[in-house]
Design a protein around this ligand. Structure first.
Ligand code: ATP
Ligand code: MG
Length: 356
């Protein structure tokens, strides 16, 4: 029996709904395979915890998480707690504390789901965006003086290190190499940001020499939005800085039909710490408690988690089950369907049980 310990942090909004659905699917996989076991432990951290304790997670939170094989994360954010508190109180400390420097965001159009792009269907858009996840524009470096006064000044200084750029670019080239098209697009803004972004370009050039079988190109981030929209087939693997890739991956999610299907993996490629798997979407309080949240992003990120744990067969089985269900038109309202979270989850579980 192969056993994995998984820390579940459902947190806020629809997080608990989609994580509960994902755990049901992983338990169905256990039953189907018979030789794998997931030991879940749930943590009640998040905005409700903050309202009781004044912090999003306990001071020794990272120490508690460290022994786990992986972290399965829901969403953070609440209407009555400022966003920078929820984000910097829970999600970012885990990403940065566990040096999950590669954030991997696959995007493709699933069967049965419509892209807002004309003449683009399943197979036409199949990307993986790699987001630098440890520094750059989100280094948290800056300050404010003369708060609220006319002379107020605020700074938010990006920090790019050679080590940080090199390791994420190497990760992206390696990922591109593992995909059939072996193509990487490096997004920068090196025409306007003439220090760090130029260094990023230079390092890309250097790292590319280690991967002679990978073709690659560079596109400025503004032109990237045009290329993604007008020429999606020209892209495969994409790498960009923390902020740029954040924006590009929301666009990617929308072009693939809904934020509700987009997953993300925060990876420590050196495996010193647990990696963290979550839907891209946030807490979505407008639909919280209604039972209609799309659980597909949560299932897809479970697929990423299994891949990372070395359970490729289980990962492929869940992905095939999801594609079968979306293809059969069992869809939540955000992707034009009439089904609820439970219908989609039950259908995916049935498809796992009947998979061969
Ligand atoms: P946060 O502040 O935590 O980012 P949010 O309220 O901005 O949360 P998001 O999750 O970022 O919400 O998504 C924006 C909108 O997209 C939501 O308000 C919701 O209507 C829709 N949405 C997001 N995820 C899902 C999902 N899984 N299923 C259905 N609709 C979703
Ligand atoms: Mg949001």
């Amino acid at each position: 029996m192969r056993e994995y310990s998984i820390a579940a942090i459902p947190a806020d909004g629809i997080g608990p709904e989609v994580i509960a659905a994902g755990i049901r699917v992983l338990e169905a996989l256990e039953t189907r395979l018979g030789d794998v076991k997931f030991n879940f432990k749930s943590f009640d951290w998040g905005s409700n915890y903050y309202k009781k304790h004044g912090v999003m997670m306990p001071a020794d939170g990272l120490k508690q998480l460290k022994p786990f094989d992986a972290i399965y994360f829901g969403a953070v954010g609440a209407p009555d707690v400022p966003d920078h508190i929820t984000l910097w109180g829970l999600r970012l400390p885990i990403c940065q504390g566990f040096d999950q420097y590669a954030n991997v965001r696959p995007t493709k159009i699933l069967p049965g789901i419509k892209s807002p792009l004309r003449d683009v269907g399943p197979g036409d858009l199949d990307w993986v965006i790699v987001r630098e996840n440890s520094e750059g524009e989100y280094a948290g470096n800056g300050g404010r003086v003369h708060r609220g006064l006319p002379e107020e000044v605020a700074t938010e200084t990006s920090v790019f290190t050679r080590v940080g750029c090199e390791r994420v670019l190497r990760f992206a080239f390696r990922l591109a190499q593992s995909r059939p098209r072996k193509h990487l697009t490096v997004s920068t803004k090196s025409n306007a940001q003439r220090h760090a972004m130029v260094m990023w370009d230079e390092i890309a050039e250097q790292v590319s020499k280690e991967f002679p079988d990978v073709t690659w190109d560079k596109t400025l981030v503004d032109a990237m939005t045009v290329r993604m929209t007008l020429n999606p087939k020209s892209l495969d693997t994409i790498v960009a800085s923390n902020l740029q890739a954040d924006i590009l991956s929301d666009l990617a999610g929308a072009l693939a039909g809904s934020l509700g299907v987009a997953p993300t993996a925060n990876i420590d490629p050196e495996r010193r710490y647990p990696s963290m798997f979550e839907p891209i979407h946030g807490s979505a309080f407008d639909i919280t408690g209604k039972g209609i949240a799309n659980p597909v992003a949560s299932f897809w990120t479970a697929v990423q988690m299994l891949d990372h744990l070395g359970e490729q067969d289980g990962a492929a089985r869940i992905m095939r089950a999801v594609e079968k269900v979306t293809g059969a038109g069992v869809l939540t309202p955000d992707v034009g369907g009439k089904n609820n979270t439970k219908d989609v989850t039950d259908a995916v579980i049935d498809a796992i049980h009947s998979s061969n």
